[in-house]
Design a protein around this ligand. Structure first.
Ligand code: ADP
Ligand code: MG
Length: 444
């Protein structure tokens, strides 16, 4: 098999691994790897250093091999080989590229994260409109702009889209992950360069801060960010912040910073609905120069319902599989390529179900057996509806089964509960916060 195939297989595997391992983990160990050759089920992967080769070999081998088997439907034998040439090649694909801002004044934005490539749907239209407004009118009415939403829903994409737009208008803009902000702050103190640090952050017109959550509870760094915030805000400079949850739900955050984060506009991104998922897939396929039929896109959209990264990963998988077996992409092939995802998602519904029920029960100070019982007092009934909502949201578990597990109700009760909670979340911020907390505890 040709070298291209090795790259294609590895690209597809990376797409999957990106979903399976944590972001820092991915960035540290996998981001700069490449597929070198593939023959007799043996895949040679080029890595930048012996240390990374050893780490992957010892710690990630079985996960990676499992992923490959899922993709190729063959045995997999993987070899990590140091390959210096690829060290700085990065990758063109999304999060895989290193999008860090170093001390130079030209931010290294991911070229794909623009407003043009952002598909707008009902789940993200408010955040998109706010981001667009901020890029046109920085320091105006939405300051700070705070965008929250689950992983892989396009927060970084929107943040960098603002950055691209600002650069095009020659506005000084700085994009930084909160992790980087923290590291730079600590280095500045150690190297006695706090003046440079302050100057860097306080001389921009737009400051884009990704994943602010990381700063909470980090004493001096939080303090430094607080002052940076005040100074920029007082000077009518624009600040845009993202996070997986709204300011009110960030644990350990100082009250005065929390209230500042809520000064401007706080807006959320929800998981995309089916229609938007299709539109996103169409855009991604077009971007790759591929013509994929609607029924295939539908198959993918049905399976990947949690976030956009997952959607992209599954599309990549289908494409990689088609290349591998040298067939064209049709619904039969797509079903086959996505086979074990379906079984993966439905194989352990009991575990996820139990997990969600436990988390909900704990949050409402009930026991899981209360949720399963026929009790109808208000608190129990609400907790049960929240559990139905979350199970529907987080798993592929059939409605009838959800109903059966939770007090032996039928599927229409589950639909009713889902709709009720969905609309309550928009009007009841306490409930919304409680559900976000439960989701976080499930995810961790
Ligand atoms: P987050 O920062 O919320 O975890 P990202 O911004 O990294 O998510 O998005 C994950 C991937 O999904 C990126 O490749 C991004 O381009 C893509 N993506 C997310 N939302 C959209 C959208 N509405 N339209 C097009 N691509 C999207
Ligand atoms: Mg992000």
């Amino acid at each position: 098999m040709k070298v291209e195939s090795a790259q294609e297989i590895w690209e597809a595997a990376l797409g999957e691994l990106q979903i399976q391992v944590s972001k820092p983990n991915y960035r540290t160990w996998l981001a700069k790897t490449v597929g070198l050759s593939y023959q007799d089920n043996k895949l040679v992967v080029g890595v930048p250093s012996p240390f990374i080769a050893e780490y992957l070999d010892k710690n990630q081998r079985s996960l990676i091999e499992k992923t490959l088997i899922g993709l190729t439907h063959h045995d997999a034998n993987i070899i990590f080989q140091v390959d210096g040439r690829y060290q700085n090649s990065g990758s063109s694909n999304g999060e895989r590229g290193n999008i860090s801002f170093t001390t130079t004044q030209t931010p290294n934005f991911n070229s794909k994260y623009t407003f043009d490539s952002f598909v707008v749907g009902s789940s993200n239209c408010l955040a998109h409109a706010a981001a667009l407004e901020v890029s046109r009118n920085p320091g105006g009415t939405h300051n700070p702009l705070f965008i929250h939403g689950g992983v892989g829903l396009g927060k970084t994409h929107l943040l960098q889209a603002i950055g691209h737009a600002a650069l095009a208008s020659h506005i000084r803009v700085l994009y930084v992950s909160t992790e980087q902000f923290t590291n730079e702050f600590i280095n500045a103190i150690q190297e006695r360069k706090t003046r440079e640090f302050r100057h860097k952050y306080r001389s921009v017109n737009i400051l884009l801060i990704d994943d602010i959550n990381f700063i909470a509870g980090k004493g001096q760094t939080e303090e430094s960010f607080f002052h940076t915030f005040d100074e920029l805000h007082n000077a009518n400079r624009q600040i845009v912040i993202t996070n997986h949850c709204p300011p009110e739900s960030i644990p350990l955050l100082q009250e005065r910073l929390r209230s500042r984060l809520e000064w401007g506009l706080v807006t959320g991104i929800q998981p995309p609905d089916f229609k938007t998922r299709i539109a996103i897939l169409q855009a991604k396929a077009k971007d790759k120069g591929l013509n994929v039929t609607l029924d295939v896109l539908g198959l993918i959209a049905q399976r990947a319902h949690r976030n956009v990264r997952e959607l992209e990963g599954y599309l990549n998988r289908v494409i990689a599989y088609a290349k591998l077996v040298r067939a064209s992409v049709n619904s039969e092939l797509a079903t086959k390529a996505l086979e074990d995802i379906t079984s993966k998602n439905t194989k352990h519904p009991a575990i996820t179900l139990t997990l969600i029920m436990e988390a909900v029960a704990e949050s409402f100070q009930l026991s899981p057996s209360d949720l399963k019982s026929g009790r109808r007092d208000r608190k129990t009934a609400l907790a049960r509806q929240v559990a139905m909502y979350l199970i529907r949201q987080e798993t592929n578990c059939p409605l009838a089964q959800i109903g059966k597990e939770l007090g032996n109700r039928d599927h229409s009760t589950v639909i009713h509960a889902y709709k009720k909670i969905e609309s309550h979340i928009n009007t009841n911020s306490d409930l919304k916060r409680q559900i976000l907390d439960i989701q976080r505890s499930i995810e961790s």
